[in-house]
Design a protein around this ligand. Structure first.
Ligand code: SF4
Length: 250
């Protein structure tokens, strides 16, 4: 740990600077605002595919799966006691295709750029930051670096962490028992049904699109039937299918 860790210095005039360091972040802050951030980013995988879900379904994108989540630790032994119990994603570690530890925002953006096909024209490159929970790591420096690399930046989040400035597309997928701190965005995508969750709880939030996505698993057919019925009765909501699973693409 750095010897200045946690120290706060008061400058002439009363302003303060502080230095924070951990395994993932070294940061100098001015009045609690980051001014220098040297952060490592932990990615399970980075790959090129088609977005399979929600309003941007069918669109080519670089998909970044950040390691780690705040609602489950990823261990099967702990699933039953986790806040989120139906996860279908392996977000543990950095050993997937294109995964790794990227020492700063530029290295992360370079890795994303390397995956986007170089000869694309007449389109805006899209990167989708997912996880795990991407907002445990994605910060303003990473968003800015992705913008400098020419990308439109989308996030898919459980909605329990604030969104850094500059993100172009915010998709929130609420989880039962996890209070939302994001109550506006482009897309609210609710996995349905979830015990203790009624879509009406979210219907007045400031999102442009509202999707119900049938819960995958043993009861998927029943979940799909119920999601279809709900959308028929509440046209504010549209059905989102996980097209990537239907097509067998990553
Ligand atoms: S919040 Fe998302 S990434 Fe985290 S455990 Fe639930 S489904 Fe998985």
């Amino acid at each position: 740990m750095a010897e200045n860790e946690g120290r706060r210095y008061t400058l002439p005039g009363g302003a303060t600077v502080s230095f924070k360091s951990s395994q993932m972040v070294t940061r100098l802050e001015w009045e609690d605002t980051p001014i220098i951030s040297l952060m490592s980013y932990y990615l399970k995988e980075i790959y090129y595919t088609l977005q399979g879900e929600g309003a941007q379904s069918g669109r080519a994108a670089v998909f970044c799966r950040f390691s780690g989540c705040n609602l489950w630790n990823g261990r099967e032994d702990d699933r039953a006691s986790a806040v989120c119990t139906f996860c279908d994603t392996n977000f543990v570690g950095v050993d997937g295709v294109g995964g790794g530890v990227f020492p700063n925002s530029e290295a992360f953006a370079d890795a994303v750029s390397a995956v986007w096909p170089s000869k694309m024209v007449n389109c805006k490159p899209l990167v989708i930051c997912s996880g795990g929970e991407p907002l445990l790591q994605l910060d303003g420096a990473a968003v800015a670096a992705l913008h400098r690399a020419g990308f439109e930046v989308a996030v898919e989040t459980n909605g329990t962490r604030p969104v850094p400035q500059g993100v172009d597309w915010v998709c929130v997928s609420p989880k039962a028992g996890a209070p939302l701190v994001i109550n506006r965005g482009d897309e609210l995508k609710l996995v349905y049904p979830q015990e203790g969750v009624d879509p009406a709880m979210y219907a007045d939030l400031a999102f442009t699109h509202f999707f119900l996505q049938p819960m995958d698993g043993r009861h998927r057919d029943e979940a799909t039937r119920r999601a279809v019925q709900y959308c028929l009765e509440h046209p504010q909501w549209r059905l989102s299918l996980q097209v990537q699973k239907l097509l067998g693409i990553p």
